[in-house]
Write a protein that binds this ligand. Structure first.
Ligand code: NAI
Length: 271
């Protein structure tokens, strides 16, 4: 399905690891909608070579490795991407998350602070780094659109989400703060999409994830939003149809965030 919503638009997509990744679906949908883009991920994430398959299916998109916590990598990425795409870009997808504390099974109350730093840098500060690089290089066209992916643990406690909850709060705060400054200077808009739990490599790293997905499914009037639906939402945010939306955290969760309790969940407690 294509409505040419992104025809003539150029961008950078961070975070396509494999075909489960939300960024992977965004790349496929953005390509269908006529966008041209560069794909990027951490050098270590490219070892399996999966991203090359995606690049091929997206009109031989250029792939540029960049660790999103490394300013030199980001500078190189923006220079090469704008050169390759023939000028300024119109959209950026930040689809990056990783917590060494989650990976190593460290309980939130026993956090390892070196790991904690890494969680915040990779999953949140990286958005600031990307935006600062783009801002300094004046690499984004006026009315450009930046989307980062968040989760409702930024607002409410989900115990096993661990320090990623803190990272998501920071990510949403950076979205507002940078959104203000970039909006004033270039009318660039910056938003987060707060997505339903989704079966991906990052998602399934969270303890008890399957139960978590099932609970959210039963709590959401529309059911959980899938990754393809998320990609569609991202495409709409990159398009000119959403020009005046900025500095927002947009829930894409089938109504989960505003449901107190559902009949399906209550049913499970009936004696
Ligand atoms: P994923 O594992 O496919 O994507 C995470 C990406 O982050 C990977 O491509 C990984 O290589 C990249 N990454 C890690 N460290 C990096 C670094 N230093 N530099 C550059 N890239 C780095 O998983 P998914 O689920 O597609 O995650 C994408 C985003 O969606 C993340 O921000 C995640 O927190 C968010 N999200 C995911 C949900 C889920 O349930 N899967 C729910 C809500 C938000």
């Amino acid at each position: 399905m294509s409505n040419n919503l992104l025809k003539g638009k150029k961008g950078i997509i961070f975070g396509a690891l494999n075909d489960m990744s939300i960024a992977w679906k965004v790349a496929e949908r953005a390509h269908e909608e006529g966008a041209e883009f560069v794909l990027t991920n951490a050098p270590i994430a490219m070892r399996m070579g999966e991203i090359n398959k995606l690049a091929e299916s997206c009109g031989n998109a250029l792939v540029i490795p960049a660790d999103a916590t490394d300013m030199d990598d980001l500078s190189n990425l923006f220079d090469k991407a704008t050169e390759h795409l023939g000028g300024k870009i119109d959209f950026i997808l930040h689809s990056i998350g990783m917590s060494p504390n989650v990976r190593k099974g460290k309980h939130y109350t026993e956090t390892n602070y070196d790991f904690y730093h890494k969680t915040l840098d990779i999953s949140a500060m990286s958005l600031h780094r990307v935006l600062k690089t783009a801002y300094e290089k004046d690499a984004v066209n006026d009315w450009g659109s930046v989307v980062a992916l968040s989760y409702i643990a930024a607002q409410r406690v989900f115990p096993d989400y661990n320090d990623m909850a803190d990272a998501k709060s920071l990510l949403e705060s950076i979205t507002r703060s940078f959104g203000y400054h970039y909006g004033i200077r270039n009318k660039v808009r910056i938003n987060t999409i707060s997505q339903s739990p989704t079966m991906t490599t990052a998602g399934s790293g969270v303890k008890g994830f399957d139960e978590f997905v099932a609970y959210a499914e039963d709590m959401s009037p529309l059911g959980n939003a899938g990754s393809i639906e998320c990609a569609n939402y991202v495409v709409s945010m990159f398009s000119d149809l959403t020009k005046y939306v900025t500095m927002q955290n947009l829930f894409h969760d089938g109504g989960y965030s505003f449901t107190g309790v559902s009949e399906k969940v209550i049913e499970k407690f009936k004696q």
